[in-house]
Design a protein around this ligand. Structure first.
Ligand code: ADP
Length: 466
Protein backbone atom coordinates (compact mmCIF):
# COMPACT_ATOMS: atom_id res chain seq x y z
CA UNK A 1 0.00 0.00 0.00
CA UNK A 2 2.78 2.35 1.03
CA UNK A 3 4.82 2.01 -2.19
CA UNK A 4 1.85 2.28 -4.48
CA UNK A 5 0.59 5.52 -2.93
CA UNK A 6 4.04 7.19 -2.77
CA UNK A 7 4.76 6.25 -6.39
CA UNK A 8 1.42 7.65 -7.45
CA UNK A 9 2.11 10.90 -5.60
CA UNK A 10 5.66 11.07 -7.03
CA UNK A 11 4.38 10.72 -10.58
CA UNK A 12 1.70 13.35 -10.02
CA UNK A 13 4.08 15.86 -8.48
CA UNK A 14 6.69 15.35 -11.24
CA UNK A 15 4.09 16.01 -13.91
CA UNK A 16 2.97 19.15 -12.05
CA UNK A 17 6.56 20.43 -11.75
CA UNK A 18 7.30 19.84 -15.44
CA UNK A 19 4.03 21.47 -16.47
CA UNK A 20 4.96 24.48 -14.31
CA UNK A 21 8.29 24.83 -16.13
CA UNK A 22 6.54 24.56 -19.47
CA UNK A 23 4.03 27.19 -18.42
CA UNK A 24 6.86 29.52 -17.32
CA UNK A 25 8.66 29.20 -20.69
CA UNK A 26 5.37 29.83 -22.46
CA UNK A 27 4.82 32.94 -20.31
CA UNK A 28 8.25 34.30 -21.35
CA UNK A 29 7.53 33.66 -25.03
CA UNK A 30 4.18 35.37 -24.69
CA UNK A 31 5.78 38.30 -22.89
CA UNK A 32 8.39 38.82 -25.59
CA UNK A 33 5.69 38.58 -28.25
CA UNK A 34 3.56 41.17 -26.45
CA UNK A 35 6.61 43.37 -25.93
CA UNK A 36 7.33 43.29 -29.68
CA UNK A 37 3.72 44.23 -30.33
CA UNK A 38 3.82 47.37 -28.21
CA UNK A 39 7.44 48.35 -28.79
CA UNK A 40 6.53 50.36 -31.97
CA UNK A 41 4.29 52.68 -29.98
CA UNK A 42 6.81 53.44 -27.19
CA UNK A 43 8.47 56.92 -27.17
CA UNK A 44 11.95 55.43 -27.53
CA UNK A 45 10.94 53.81 -30.83
CA UNK A 46 9.20 56.91 -32.14
CA UNK A 47 12.21 59.13 -31.61
CA UNK A 48 15.39 57.17 -32.36
CA UNK A 49 18.71 59.03 -32.61
CA UNK A 50 18.79 58.42 -36.37
CA UNK A 51 15.56 60.42 -36.78
CA UNK A 52 16.85 63.67 -35.31
CA UNK A 53 20.59 63.58 -36.07
CA UNK A 54 22.07 66.38 -38.20
CA UNK A 55 25.58 66.98 -39.50
CA UNK A 56 25.77 70.08 -37.33
CA UNK A 57 24.56 69.31 -33.87
CA UNK A 58 23.33 72.87 -33.42
CA UNK A 59 20.60 72.14 -35.94
CA UNK A 60 19.26 69.20 -33.94
CA UNK A 61 15.60 69.69 -32.82
CA UNK A 62 15.10 67.95 -29.47
CA UNK A 63 11.64 69.41 -28.71
CA UNK A 64 9.62 66.24 -29.41
CA UNK A 65 12.04 64.08 -27.38
CA UNK A 66 11.94 66.49 -24.43
CA UNK A 67 8.11 66.68 -24.62
CA UNK A 68 7.98 62.87 -24.41
CA UNK A 69 10.01 62.90 -21.17
CA UNK A 70 13.37 62.14 -22.76
CA UNK A 71 16.66 64.03 -23.27
CA UNK A 72 19.26 64.69 -25.96
CA UNK A 73 23.03 65.11 -25.36
CA UNK A 74 25.86 65.62 -27.83
CA UNK A 75 29.41 64.59 -26.84
CA UNK A 76 32.24 65.79 -29.09
CA UNK A 77 35.50 63.97 -29.80
CA UNK A 78 37.09 65.61 -26.72
CA UNK A 79 34.28 64.03 -24.62
CA UNK A 80 32.76 67.38 -23.82
CA UNK A 81 28.99 67.62 -23.55
CA UNK A 82 28.40 70.39 -26.08
CA UNK A 83 24.65 70.10 -26.34
CA UNK A 84 22.09 69.06 -23.72
CA UNK A 85 18.28 69.24 -23.76
CA UNK A 86 15.78 67.64 -21.33
CA UNK A 87 16.69 64.56 -19.31
CA UNK A 88 20.45 64.37 -18.58
CA UNK A 89 21.88 61.18 -17.09
CA UNK A 90 25.55 62.11 -17.81
CA UNK A 91 25.48 64.91 -15.28
CA UNK A 92 28.80 66.51 -16.37
CA UNK A 93 30.08 68.97 -18.96
CA UNK A 94 33.31 67.14 -19.56
CA UNK A 95 34.17 63.44 -19.37
CA UNK A 96 37.42 61.56 -19.49
CA UNK A 97 37.87 58.86 -22.16
CA UNK A 98 37.53 56.27 -19.38
CA UNK A 99 34.29 57.81 -18.02
CA UNK A 100 32.79 57.95 -21.50
CA UNK A 101 33.71 54.25 -22.11
CA UNK A 102 32.12 53.29 -18.79
CA UNK A 103 28.99 55.28 -19.70
CA UNK A 104 28.76 53.46 -23.03
CA UNK A 105 29.34 49.94 -21.61
CA UNK A 106 27.07 50.33 -18.61
CA UNK A 107 24.26 52.08 -20.43
CA UNK A 108 22.54 48.73 -21.13
CA UNK A 109 22.10 47.88 -17.48
CA UNK A 110 20.62 51.21 -16.36
CA UNK A 111 16.93 52.01 -16.02
CA UNK A 112 17.14 54.23 -19.12
CA UNK A 113 17.00 53.51 -22.80
CA UNK A 114 19.96 55.00 -24.65
CA UNK A 115 20.12 55.35 -28.41
CA UNK A 116 23.70 56.41 -29.27
CA UNK A 117 24.78 57.36 -32.79
CA UNK A 118 28.13 58.64 -34.02
CA UNK A 119 28.15 61.43 -36.64
CA UNK A 120 31.44 61.01 -38.50
CA UNK A 121 31.28 64.35 -40.31
CA UNK A 122 30.48 66.41 -37.24
CA UNK A 123 32.69 64.09 -35.19
CA UNK A 124 30.26 63.78 -32.26
CA UNK A 125 28.05 61.21 -30.52
CA UNK A 126 24.35 61.88 -30.32
CA UNK A 127 22.77 60.35 -27.20
CA UNK A 128 18.96 60.14 -26.98
CA UNK A 129 17.76 59.06 -23.51
CA UNK A 130 14.34 57.86 -22.40
CA UNK A 131 13.46 56.49 -18.92
CA UNK A 132 12.66 52.80 -19.17
CA UNK A 133 9.03 51.90 -18.25
CA UNK A 134 9.59 48.16 -17.67
CA UNK A 135 12.27 46.04 -19.31
CA UNK A 136 12.61 42.29 -19.22
CA UNK A 137 15.75 40.90 -20.81
CA UNK A 138 15.61 37.23 -21.69
CA UNK A 139 17.03 36.03 -24.93
CA UNK A 140 18.90 33.10 -26.36
CA UNK A 141 21.61 34.33 -28.72
CA UNK A 142 23.77 32.17 -30.92
CA UNK A 143 26.03 32.54 -33.90
CA UNK A 144 26.72 29.82 -36.45
CA UNK A 145 30.20 31.17 -37.02
CA UNK A 146 31.32 30.26 -33.48
CA UNK A 147 33.91 27.42 -33.32
CA UNK A 148 32.69 23.83 -32.97
CA UNK A 149 34.62 23.48 -29.69
CA UNK A 150 32.84 26.52 -28.20
CA UNK A 151 29.51 25.09 -29.30
CA UNK A 152 30.30 21.75 -27.59
CA UNK A 153 31.45 23.41 -24.38
CA UNK A 154 28.51 25.83 -24.24
CA UNK A 155 26.08 23.02 -25.16
CA UNK A 156 27.63 20.78 -22.49
CA UNK A 157 27.20 23.47 -19.82
CA UNK A 158 23.60 24.11 -20.86
CA UNK A 159 22.87 20.34 -20.88
CA UNK A 160 24.53 19.99 -17.44
CA UNK A 161 22.50 22.89 -16.02
CA UNK A 162 19.28 21.50 -17.49
CA UNK A 163 20.03 18.02 -16.18
CA UNK A 164 20.90 19.30 -12.70
CA UNK A 165 17.78 21.45 -12.78
CA UNK A 166 15.57 18.50 -13.73
CA UNK A 167 17.27 16.24 -11.12
CA UNK A 168 16.64 18.82 -8.41
CA UNK A 169 13.00 19.06 -9.50
CA UNK A 170 12.74 15.25 -9.45
CA UNK A 171 14.31 15.16 -5.98
CA UNK A 172 11.90 17.83 -4.70
CA UNK A 173 8.97 15.97 -6.24
CA UNK A 174 10.18 12.77 -4.57
CA UNK A 175 10.57 14.38 -1.10
CA UNK A 176 7.28 16.23 -1.43
CA UNK A 177 5.48 13.10 -2.57
CA UNK A 178 6.89 11.16 0.41
CA UNK A 179 5.78 13.83 2.89
CA UNK A 180 2.29 14.06 1.37
CA UNK A 181 1.93 10.29 1.07
CA UNK A 182 3.01 9.87 4.72
CA UNK A 183 0.12 12.08 5.86
CA UNK A 184 -2.22 9.55 4.27
CA UNK A 185 -0.30 6.33 4.75
CA UNK A 186 0.28 6.69 8.53
CA UNK A 187 -3.42 7.12 9.48
CA UNK A 188 -4.39 4.46 6.93
CA UNK A 189 -1.89 2.05 8.46
CA UNK A 190 -3.18 2.75 11.98
CA UNK A 191 -6.76 2.16 10.82
CA UNK A 192 -5.71 -0.97 9.01
CA UNK A 193 -3.87 -2.26 12.13
CA UNK A 194 -7.01 -1.59 14.20
CA UNK A 195 -9.14 -3.51 11.69
CA UNK A 196 -6.71 -6.44 11.79
CA UNK A 197 -6.93 -6.52 15.60
CA UNK A 198 -10.73 -6.60 15.34
CA UNK A 199 -10.53 -9.42 12.80
CA UNK A 200 -8.30 -11.35 15.17
CA UNK A 201 -10.87 -10.99 17.94
CA UNK A 202 -9.45 -8.10 19.98
CA UNK A 203 -12.65 -6.06 20.30
CA UNK A 204 -11.05 -3.58 22.68
CA UNK A 205 -8.99 -2.22 19.74
CA UNK A 206 -9.40 1.54 19.25
CA UNK A 207 -7.58 4.01 16.97
CA UNK A 208 -6.18 7.37 18.07
CA UNK A 209 -4.95 9.35 15.04
CA UNK A 210 -4.69 12.76 16.74
CA UNK A 211 -6.03 14.38 13.57
CA UNK A 212 -8.90 16.73 12.86
CA UNK A 213 -9.53 15.97 9.19
CA UNK A 214 -11.67 13.39 7.38
CA UNK A 215 -9.49 10.66 8.86
CA UNK A 216 -10.68 11.75 12.32
CA UNK A 217 -14.26 11.11 11.14
CA UNK A 218 -13.23 7.70 9.89
CA UNK A 219 -11.47 7.07 13.21
CA UNK A 220 -14.62 7.99 15.16
CA UNK A 221 -16.73 5.73 12.97
CA UNK A 222 -14.22 2.91 13.42
CA UNK A 223 -14.06 3.36 17.21
CA UNK A 224 -17.84 3.55 17.42
CA UNK A 225 -18.17 0.38 15.36
CA UNK A 226 -15.53 -1.40 17.52
CA UNK A 227 -17.34 -0.31 20.70
CA UNK A 228 -20.65 -1.64 19.37
CA UNK A 229 -19.10 -4.94 18.34
CA UNK A 230 -17.45 -5.22 21.76
CA UNK A 231 -20.78 -4.52 23.45
CA UNK A 232 -22.64 -7.03 21.24
CA UNK A 233 -20.00 -9.69 21.83
CA UNK A 234 -20.12 -9.17 25.60
CA UNK A 235 -23.94 -9.42 25.48
CA UNK A 236 -23.70 -12.59 23.45
CA UNK A 237 -21.14 -14.04 25.88
CA UNK A 238 -23.36 -13.11 28.79
CA UNK A 239 -26.44 -14.66 27.22
CA UNK A 240 -24.41 -17.75 26.35
CA UNK A 241 -23.28 -17.98 30.00
CA UNK A 242 -26.87 -17.43 31.18
CA UNK A 243 -28.11 -20.15 28.86
CA UNK A 244 -25.46 -22.58 30.10
CA UNK A 245 -26.28 -21.65 33.72
CA UNK A 246 -29.97 -22.15 33.03
CA UNK A 247 -29.45 -25.63 31.60
CA UNK A 248 -27.26 -26.49 34.59
CA UNK A 249 -29.89 -25.21 37.02
CA UNK A 250 -32.74 -27.02 35.26
CA UNK A 251 -30.93 -30.34 35.13
CA UNK A 252 -29.85 -29.95 38.75
CA UNK A 253 -33.37 -29.09 39.88
CA UNK A 254 -34.94 -31.97 37.99
CA UNK A 255 -32.30 -34.49 39.04
CA UNK A 256 -33.21 -34.47 42.76
CA UNK A 257 -36.95 -35.27 42.51
CA UNK A 258 -36.37 -37.71 39.63
CA UNK A 259 -33.69 -39.71 41.49
CA UNK A 260 -35.85 -39.67 44.61
CA UNK A 261 -38.85 -41.01 42.62
CA UNK A 262 -36.64 -43.68 41.06
CA UNK A 263 -35.09 -44.66 44.43
CA UNK A 264 -38.40 -45.03 46.28
CA UNK A 265 -40.10 -46.82 43.37
CA UNK A 266 -37.24 -49.38 43.35
CA UNK A 267 -37.50 -49.73 47.11
CA UNK A 268 -41.23 -50.40 46.82
CA UNK A 269 -40.61 -53.06 44.20
CA UNK A 270 -37.65 -54.80 45.81
CA UNK A 271 -38.17 -54.51 49.57
CA UNK A 272 -39.69 -57.60 51.01
CA UNK A 273 -42.13 -57.64 53.91
CA UNK A 274 -42.95 -53.94 53.51
CA UNK A 275 -45.51 -52.62 55.99
CA UNK A 276 -48.59 -50.66 54.94
CA UNK A 277 -47.23 -47.66 56.85
CA UNK A 278 -43.91 -47.75 54.91
CA UNK A 279 -45.69 -48.22 51.58
CA UNK A 280 -47.81 -45.11 52.26
CA UNK A 281 -44.72 -43.15 53.29
CA UNK A 282 -42.79 -44.09 50.14
CA UNK A 283 -45.73 -43.36 47.87
CA UNK A 284 -46.16 -39.98 49.50
CA UNK A 285 -42.52 -39.13 48.82
CA UNK A 286 -42.92 -40.28 45.23
CA UNK A 287 -46.07 -38.17 44.85
CA UNK A 288 -44.46 -35.03 46.35
CA UNK A 289 -41.40 -35.34 44.17
CA UNK A 290 -43.42 -35.89 41.02
CA UNK A 291 -45.51 -32.80 41.95
CA UNK A 292 -42.30 -30.85 42.38
CA UNK A 293 -40.88 -32.05 39.03
CA UNK A 294 -44.21 -31.35 37.36
CA UNK A 295 -44.35 -27.82 38.77
CA UNK A 296 -40.83 -27.14 37.60
CA UNK A 297 -41.60 -28.41 34.10
CA UNK A 298 -44.81 -26.34 33.97
CA UNK A 299 -42.89 -23.22 34.95
CA UNK A 300 -40.13 -24.01 32.45
CA UNK A 301 -42.76 -24.38 29.76
CA UNK A 302 -44.27 -21.03 30.76
CA UNK A 303 -40.82 -19.42 30.76
CA UNK A 304 -39.94 -20.72 27.29
CA UNK A 305 -43.33 -19.51 26.02
CA UNK A 306 -42.76 -16.01 27.42
CA UNK A 307 -39.20 -15.84 26.09
CA UNK A 308 -40.20 -17.01 22.62
CA UNK A 309 -40.52 -14.34 19.90
CA UNK A 310 -44.03 -15.58 19.07
CA UNK A 311 -45.28 -14.80 22.59
CA UNK A 312 -48.24 -12.43 22.57
CA UNK A 313 -50.92 -11.45 25.05
CA UNK A 314 -54.66 -11.64 24.51
CA UNK A 315 -55.34 -8.09 25.61
CA UNK A 316 -58.87 -7.07 26.60
CA UNK A 317 -60.05 -3.69 27.90
CA UNK A 318 -60.61 -4.41 31.62
CA UNK A 319 -61.59 -2.42 34.70
CA UNK A 320 -58.48 -3.19 36.75
CA UNK A 321 -60.07 -2.24 40.10
CA UNK A 322 -62.94 -4.64 39.60
CA UNK A 323 -60.60 -7.33 38.35
CA UNK A 324 -58.14 -7.03 41.31
CA UNK A 325 -61.08 -7.00 43.75
CA UNK A 326 -62.17 -10.36 42.28
CA UNK A 327 -58.67 -11.85 42.60
CA UNK A 328 -58.43 -10.67 46.21
CA UNK A 329 -61.77 -12.28 46.90
CA UNK A 330 -60.39 -15.57 45.61
CA UNK A 331 -57.25 -15.18 47.78
CA UNK A 332 -59.14 -14.65 51.02
CA UNK A 333 -60.06 -18.33 51.77
CA UNK A 334 -56.46 -19.39 51.04
CA UNK A 335 -55.00 -16.66 53.31
CA UNK A 336 -57.42 -17.52 56.10
CA UNK A 337 -56.70 -21.24 55.79
CA UNK A 338 -52.97 -20.56 56.14
CA UNK A 339 -53.52 -18.22 59.07
CA UNK A 340 -52.44 -14.94 57.42
CA UNK A 341 -53.89 -11.50 58.09
CA UNK A 342 -54.78 -9.29 55.12
CA UNK A 343 -55.75 -5.76 54.14
CA UNK A 344 -56.89 -4.65 50.68
CA UNK A 345 -57.18 -1.03 49.63
CA UNK A 346 -58.57 -0.76 46.10
CA UNK A 347 -59.84 2.44 44.52
CA UNK A 348 -63.61 2.59 43.96
CA UNK A 349 -63.13 4.29 40.58
CA UNK A 350 -63.39 2.50 37.28
CA UNK A 351 -59.90 2.42 35.80
CA UNK A 352 -59.41 0.69 32.48
CA UNK A 353 -56.31 -1.06 31.26
CA UNK A 354 -55.51 -3.48 28.44
CA UNK A 355 -55.13 -6.83 30.17
CA UNK A 356 -54.54 -10.49 29.45
CA UNK A 357 -56.52 -11.52 32.52
CA UNK A 358 -55.24 -15.12 32.62
CA UNK A 359 -51.60 -14.10 32.50
CA UNK A 360 -51.95 -11.10 34.81
CA UNK A 361 -53.55 -13.13 37.59
CA UNK A 362 -50.33 -15.20 37.58
CA UNK A 363 -48.45 -12.14 38.95
CA UNK A 364 -50.74 -11.62 41.96
CA UNK A 365 -51.03 -15.36 42.57
CA UNK A 366 -47.24 -15.70 42.59
CA UNK A 367 -46.74 -12.78 44.99
CA UNK A 368 -49.43 -14.15 47.32
CA UNK A 369 -48.01 -17.70 47.20
CA UNK A 370 -44.53 -16.38 48.01
CA UNK A 371 -45.89 -14.32 50.93
CA UNK A 372 -47.58 -17.40 52.35
CA UNK A 373 -44.74 -19.81 51.55
CA UNK A 374 -41.84 -17.83 52.99
CA UNK A 375 -43.43 -16.10 55.97
CA UNK A 376 -44.73 -17.37 59.27
CA UNK A 377 -48.41 -17.60 60.18
CA UNK A 378 -49.93 -14.33 61.36
CA UNK A 379 -48.00 -12.25 58.81
CA UNK A 380 -50.00 -9.33 57.43
CA UNK A 381 -50.39 -9.27 53.64
CA UNK A 382 -51.52 -5.98 52.06
CA UNK A 383 -52.56 -4.94 48.57
CA UNK A 384 -53.09 -1.31 47.59
CA UNK A 385 -54.21 -0.08 44.17
CA UNK A 386 -53.80 3.58 43.17
CA UNK A 387 -53.61 5.56 39.93
CA UNK A 388 -50.62 7.90 39.55
CA UNK A 389 -49.86 9.86 36.36
CA UNK A 390 -51.88 7.58 34.08
CA UNK A 391 -50.23 4.55 35.68
CA UNK A 392 -52.03 1.94 37.74
CA UNK A 393 -49.81 1.12 40.73
CA UNK A 394 -50.42 -2.05 42.71
CA UNK A 395 -48.36 -2.38 45.88
CA UNK A 396 -48.18 -5.89 47.26
CA UNK A 397 -46.44 -6.08 50.65
CA UNK A 398 -46.07 -8.20 53.73
CA UNK A 399 -44.51 -7.62 57.13
CA UNK A 400 -42.74 -11.00 57.13
CA UNK A 401 -39.07 -12.01 56.99
CA UNK A 402 -38.24 -9.83 53.98
CA UNK A 403 -35.91 -10.53 51.07
CA UNK A 404 -32.21 -10.80 51.97
CA UNK A 405 -30.39 -7.61 50.94
CA UNK A 406 -27.82 -9.45 48.84
CA UNK A 407 -30.64 -10.85 46.66
CA UNK A 408 -32.41 -7.52 46.08
CA UNK A 409 -30.73 -6.97 42.71
CA UNK A 410 -30.98 -10.50 41.40
CA UNK A 411 -34.32 -11.68 42.79
CA UNK A 412 -35.99 -11.35 39.35
CA UNK A 413 -33.39 -13.54 37.65
CA UNK A 414 -34.33 -17.16 36.91
CA UNK A 415 -33.42 -19.75 39.56
CA UNK A 416 -32.53 -17.15 42.18
CA UNK A 417 -34.08 -17.98 45.56
CA UNK A 418 -33.58 -17.08 49.15
CA UNK A 419 -33.09 -20.63 50.35
CA UNK A 420 -30.23 -21.67 48.12
CA UNK A 421 -30.37 -25.34 49.04
CA UNK A 422 -31.64 -27.10 45.95
CA UNK A 423 -32.63 -30.05 48.01
CA UNK A 424 -35.04 -27.92 49.96
CA UNK A 425 -38.43 -29.51 49.81
CA UNK A 426 -40.22 -26.28 50.67
CA UNK A 427 -38.48 -23.90 48.28
CA UNK A 428 -39.84 -23.18 44.82
CA UNK A 429 -38.02 -23.21 41.50
CA UNK A 430 -36.82 -19.60 41.62
CA UNK A 431 -38.72 -18.91 38.38
CA UNK A 432 -41.87 -17.33 39.83
CA UNK A 433 -40.74 -13.71 40.08
CA UNK A 434 -38.88 -13.91 36.74
CA UNK A 435 -42.09 -15.03 34.99
CA UNK A 436 -44.21 -12.46 36.85
CA UNK A 437 -41.89 -9.58 35.84
CA UNK A 438 -41.90 -10.73 32.21
CA UNK A 439 -45.72 -10.73 32.20
CA UNK A 440 -45.83 -7.21 33.70
CA UNK A 441 -43.34 -5.98 31.09
CA UNK A 442 -45.35 -7.59 28.28
CA UNK A 443 -48.30 -5.43 29.47
CA UNK A 444 -46.12 -2.32 29.04
CA UNK A 445 -45.60 -2.07 32.80
CA UNK A 446 -43.13 -3.45 35.32
CA UNK A 447 -42.72 -5.39 38.53
CA UNK A 448 -40.08 -4.18 40.96
CA UNK A 449 -38.98 -4.83 44.50
CA UNK A 450 -39.32 -1.66 46.57
CA UNK A 451 -36.65 -0.79 49.07
CA UNK A 452 -38.42 -1.55 52.33
CA UNK A 453 -37.37 0.22 55.50
CA UNK A 454 -39.97 -1.62 57.56
CA UNK A 455 -40.13 -5.32 58.18
CA UNK A 456 -41.06 -7.62 55.31
CA UNK A 457 -41.01 -7.22 51.56
CA UNK A 458 -42.84 -4.93 49.20
CA UNK A 459 -43.39 -5.35 45.44
CA UNK A 460 -44.78 -2.77 43.03
CA UNK A 461 -46.61 -3.62 39.81
CA UNK A 462 -47.25 -0.82 37.33
CA UNK A 463 -49.43 -0.94 34.24
CA UNK A 464 -50.44 1.96 31.97
CA UNK A 465 -54.04 3.10 32.24
CA UNK A 466 -55.96 3.90 29.03
P1 ADP B 1 -39.72 -19.42 44.03
O1 ADP B 1 -40.32 -20.30 43.01
O2 ADP B 1 -38.52 -19.99 44.68
O3 ADP B 1 -40.72 -18.88 45.00
P2 ADP B 1 -39.56 -16.74 43.18
O4 ADP B 1 -38.89 -16.15 42.04
O5 ADP B 1 -41.05 -16.57 43.27
O6 ADP B 1 -39.15 -18.22 43.22
O7 ADP B 1 -38.93 -16.13 44.50
C1 ADP B 1 -37.55 -16.06 44.63
C2 ADP B 1 -37.12 -16.02 46.05
O8 ADP B 1 -37.49 -14.78 46.64
C3 ADP B 1 -37.73 -17.06 46.93
O9 ADP B 1 -36.96 -18.24 46.91
C4 ADP B 1 -37.75 -16.42 48.29
O10 ADP B 1 -36.54 -16.69 48.98
C5 ADP B 1 -37.78 -14.95 48.02
N1 ADP B 1 -39.12 -14.36 48.26
C6 ADP B 1 -40.05 -14.08 47.34
N2 ADP B 1 -41.13 -13.49 47.90
C7 ADP B 1 -40.88 -13.40 49.23
C8 ADP B 1 -41.60 -12.89 50.35
N3 ADP B 1 -42.82 -12.35 50.22
N4 ADP B 1 -41.02 -12.94 51.57
C9 ADP B 1 -39.79 -13.49 51.71
N5 ADP B 1 -39.05 -13.98 50.69
C10 ADP B 1 -39.58 -13.94 49.46
Amino acid sequence: MKRKLSNQFFRNFLVIFLLTILATVFAFVLLSFASNLISGSLAKSRYPASAIIKEDYKEIDATAVVQSGGGVQVVDKEYRVVYSQGLDTIGKDKLTAEEFTTFLTESKSKAYHYDILYQPKGEFWLIVTFPTSIRLDFSLVHNKEASAGDFRRAGGVIAFVMLSYLSIIALFAFIYSRITAASIIIPLRKLSDGTKLLREGDYSARVDLRLKNEFAELQDTFNDMAARIEHEISLRKKSEEDRRGLILDISHDLKNPMSSIQGYAELLMEKKGITEQERKEYLEIILNNSKRANQLLTELFELSQIDSPEFSLKLVKTDICEYIRQICGELVPQLEREGFKYEFDISEERVFVMLDTNRFSRIIQNLANNAMQYNPEGTLVTLKLTVQNQQVVIEFSDNGIGIPEHLADSIFKPFVRGDDSRNSKTGGSGLGLYIAKKIAEAHGGDLILCPNENKGSSFRITIPAI
